[in-house]
Design a binder for this molecule. Structure first.
Ligand code: BDR
Ligand code: CA
Length: 311
């Protein structure tokens, strides 16, 4: 069976960390070529340090490149209130001697994609602001023919950072627009589906109580989420970024529809909104985005817990 070639672009981030763990646990079906970091949940230094710690902790032997330190044109705003000062809640992972790859990160991504064997393509999975991906597509358009699809955790038909905008797209709307306008096949794994996914308190407690260090660490990180005001009275903690990975390994548990998407790049109240054209009468042309709308929760939970268990 051919494995899916994968590149992860992320800002770890608690849910990014679990997305990386799911990749590490899925190497029978995924060929993970590398990880780029982008400023989002925390500063570029912190998220890059987390990516290095995580790959070492998970024995995931892939290159890590340190990407953009802020959005294309705007000021950077982090999400320390959601992911803590380090980006991984209060969890402290073992130190690592692993370092980032030298040189320009976007050139490294370009070369990795272009060096794939003839006939093979890369699936990009950005789960942070789209700054690196926008630059990659703009500066090196030759990669277009070597990209299978882009599975984005971001956007949706409503927001979390604001009433209408999701955090990753709100963080760098101009980059988001460049990616959605690329005409490449895109899967939008946005809030419509990630808010229907997650683990419940009992499942998180079992992870936390595990005597295995990896499961315990992720249980600890998820408890940090549960302790935040967003989860008062909630039995389900959303782990947005891992949904994009499970979509790739198990697309059969998801439902979606083809739409066109535009991004609001103004400074008005809809900054960063992904405007999805849901009209039946919308032109067929330009519907390059699969908007994920639902998933089978029990199957999702079993798949995720099995993956974490196997690490
Ligand atoms: C997204 O925002 C970040 O805080 C998470 O890591 C996720 O990528 C959810 O809106
Ligand atoms: Ca993220």
């Amino acid at each position: 069976m051919t494995k899916t070639n994968l590149w992860i672009d992320c800002d770890p981030g608690i849910d990014d960390a679990i997305a990386i763990a799911a990749c590490a646990a899925s190497q029978d079906v995924l060929n993970v070529h590398g990880i780029s970091t982008v400023a989002g949940n925390q500063t570029i230094e912190r998220v890059t340090n987390n990516a290095l710690l995580l790959t070492d902790f998970l024995n995931l032997d892939v290159p890590v490149v340190s990407g953009q330190a802020g959005p294309l044109t705007r000021e950077k705003v982090d999400a320390g209130h959601v992911h803590g000062t380090t980006g991984l809640g209060d969890t402290v992972l073992p130190k690592t001697s692993k370092t980032v790859e030298p040189g320009n990160p976007i050139v490294f991504m370009r070369d990795t994609i272009m060096n794939l064997p003839e006939g093979e393509k890369m699936t990009l999975v950005p789960v942070g602001p789209l700054t690196n991906i926008a630059l990659l597509l703009k500066v090196f358009p030759e990669v277009n023919n070597k990209i299978e699809k882009i599975v984005i955790m971001g956007g949706g038909t409503y927001g979390n950072r604001t009433p209408t905008a999701e955090f990753n797209i709100w963080g760098d709307p101009e980059a988001g627009k460049m990616v959605f306008d690329s005409n490449l096949p895109i899967v939008m794994c946005g809030l419509d589906v990630t808010h229907k996914s997650g683990l419940n308190r009992e499942q998180v407690k079992e992870l936390y109580d595990s005597d295995k260090k990896i499961q315990h660490a992720f249980g600890d990180m998820l408890n940090f989420y549960f302790d935040s005001p967003a989860y008062i009275n909630s039995d389900l903690v959303h782990i947005h970024d891992v949904v994009a990975i499970i979509y790739i390994t198990n697309p059969e548990i998801f439902t979606g529809q083809q739409v066109s998407v535009d991004v609001d790049c103004t400074d008005g109240i809809n900054r960063g909104m992904t405007v999805c054209d849901l009209r039946h009468t919308a032109p067929e042309e330009g519907r390059n985005v699969t908007l994920l709308t639902d998933l089978e929760l029990d199957k999702f939970q079993k798949i995720l817990l099995d993956k974490l268990e196997n690490l």
